[in-house]
Design a protein around this ligand. Structure first.
Ligand SMILES: Nc1nc2c(c(=O)[nH]1)N(C=O)[C@@H](CNc1ccc(C(=O)N[C@@H](CCC(=O)O)C(=O)O)cc1)CN2
Ligand SMILES: Nc1nc2c(ncn2[C@@H]2O[C@H](COP(=O)(O)OP(=O)(O)OP(=O)(O)O)[C@@H](O)[C@H]2O)c(=O)[nH]1
Length: 459
């Protein structure tokens, strides 16, 4: 790739988080990065040091020493941005970093825009657009799974798949376009049956990716897990036990929980979003009736339902009846038999035949570990999460894939109806365009601005 001629400016920004810290890093990138540093650094001559070396010295504004620092040198094209990069590790005081930033600005650098380092890295060919976007996801990741997905994407896993799809289509597009040059002779270079098979394969792959988006959202936002059950079953107590804090109001007056309370907990690297609901009960109390309606709404959106009941006051027949009236939608659910501490041996035995049942006592936290284990198993049973399968988490990618899918459908229809080569070629080009948007072969300034302005400054 030709080095970008756009980035003539030398940009500077704080690369570490704001506030006090052991060390803070200020990063400069661009043609003047080394000379700007050279002008204010007392130590070795930075202008004749090799790339990827560290240098101790002081930074001075005139006679005044601002700090003792370590300077890291990355010489173009061997750097993150592929430009000359200098990083100054100083003492982590907001006062010092401000003084250093002001000094570098005075010496000719300008403040970087959000995401500008990564944008330059992309423009200079360090990685493609999907990989650049994954850098932001990686910084935002906060669980084993979001980390795994972002890491795979940053290292090019997702891009490879998209590029492979694209390469196959390019092959056919060029064959079909070749036919256009020989249009009088009525030849077919591109085997129509093979093209049909290819498009069908691509559609399957893309449909898998589209489906994975839903899973991707669950990963990002937490597995929506609704805690339902009759009033006083102990839902709020269970939520508190799961969250390890007193969030929901617990009382022995049935119907205490009137609204929906939710919070997140990280269990074994997977984020769960627990939603406590109003007790399910037909009621005359208007406020509570709204709560019951909301519960039903939450149930529809849940990925997993925990149906809680009181072992000490519920018979198996009653439980069956409750489940029937509840009319649980097609969502996986677990039965949680609560208040084990109050239940008699007989009561416990009565439930021995139930599947998907965890017996516990939310009040004493007995059985909580088993519940957490079961929750994890429920999620792990879903291969999409733990498998090696690529998961789309980015709305932009989802939309481009959707458009590709629609365009592929038109290619299929064109093939079936014997559309001429020029029309087929145009439809295939459209697929290539949308796939290219994902990895950034096709971009516009607006698209790039949209992506990189959401990054933090200094990244
Ligand atoms: N100090 C520091 N730590 C950092 C970064 C950084 O920019 N600076 N990174 C940034 O976000 C991440 C690491 N990513 C990086 C990617 C490429 C290169 C780099 O110098 N690449 C050269 C040389 C490669 C080599 O020597 O093998 C290249 O690509 O040519 C550096 C950091 C996380 N840690
Ligand atoms: N003995 C015992 N009591 C429990 C247990 N779990 C909850 N309780 C008690 O049962 C009562 C009801 O608990 P909540 O958590 O408020 O019940 P809820 O299902 O949220 O009730 P609503 O808000 O009415 O829907 C409280 O007095 C709790 O202390 C348990 O495992 N053992």
């Amino acid at each position: 790739m030709i080095p970008s001629i756009l980035s003539k400016d030398t940009i500077v920004a704080l690369a570490t988080a704001a506030g006090h810290g052991a060390i803070a890093i200020i990063r400069l990138s661009g043609p003047e990065a080394i000379s700007i540093l050279h002008g204010v650094f007392k130590g070795k001559n930075l202008q004749n040091q090799p790339s990827h070396t560290l240098h101790f010295g002081t930074i001075r504004d005139g006679e005044k020493i601002l700090d003792e620092v370590v300077v890291s040198l990355f010489k173009a094209p061997s750097s993150y941005t592929k430009e000359d990069v200098v990083e100054v590790s100083c003492h982590g005081s907001p006062y010092i970093t401000e003084q250093l930033l002001k000094l570098f600005l005075k010496k000719g650098a300008r403040l970087a825009e959000p995401g500008e380092f990564t944008k330059r890295a992309f423009l200079n060919g360090q990685f493609d657009l999907a990989q650049a976007e994954a850098v932001a996801d990686l910084i935002a990741s906060d669980s084993a799974l979001t980390h795994q997905v972002a890491m795979k994407q940053m290292r090019g896993g997702f891009s490879q798949e998209i590029k492979a799809l694209r390469a196959q289509l390019i092959h056919f597009a060029s064959m079909i376009e070749l036919e256009l040059d020989f249009s009088e002779e009525d030849v077919e270079f591109a085997d129509r049956a093979a093209l049909h098979r290819l498009i069908a394969t691509l559609q399957r792959l893309i449909s898998d990716l589209l489906q994975s988006f839903e899973m991707g959202n669950v990963l990002k936002n937490g597995v929506p897990t609704v805690i339902a059950g009759k009033p006083n079953a102990g839902k709020s107590t269970l939520l508190n036990a799961l969250l390890n804090e007193e969030k929901a109001i617990v009382s022995d007056i049935p119907g205490t929980t009137r609204d929906v309370i939710e919070d997140e907990a990280n269990i074994g690297g997977i984020r769960f979003r627990f939603i406590d609901t109003a007790g399910l009960r037909e009621t005359l109390d208007k406020v509570e009736a709204i709560g019951v309606a909301r519960t039903k709404e939450q149930l529809r959106k849940a990925a997993l339902v925990l149906y809680l009941f009181d072992l000490s006051s519920t018979s198996p027949a009653q439980l069956q009846e409750e489940l029937k009236t509840l009319d649980l939608p097609q969502v996986p659910y677990l039965l949680l038999g609560n208040k084990k501490d109050l239940a008699t041996l007989q009561q416990l035995e009565a439930f021995s035949g139930f599947e998907n049942l965890v017996v516990l006592s939310a009040g004493t936290k007995d059985g909580m570990e088993e519940l957490q284990q079961t929750l994890l198993e429920q999620v792990n049973a879903n291969e999409a999460i733990t498998g090696d399968r690529t998961i789309v988490t980015n709305l932009r990618h989802f939309q481009s894939l959707k458009k590709t899918d629609d365009a592929l459908q038109e290619v299929i229809q064109g093939l079936d109806s014997g559309l001429t080569s020029d029309w087929l070629a145009a439809d295939i080009r459209r697929c290539l365009f949308y796939l290219g948007e994902i990895t950034g072969e096709i971009t516009t300034d607006d698209l790039l601005d949209n992506i990189f302005t959401k990054f933090c400054i200094g990244k």
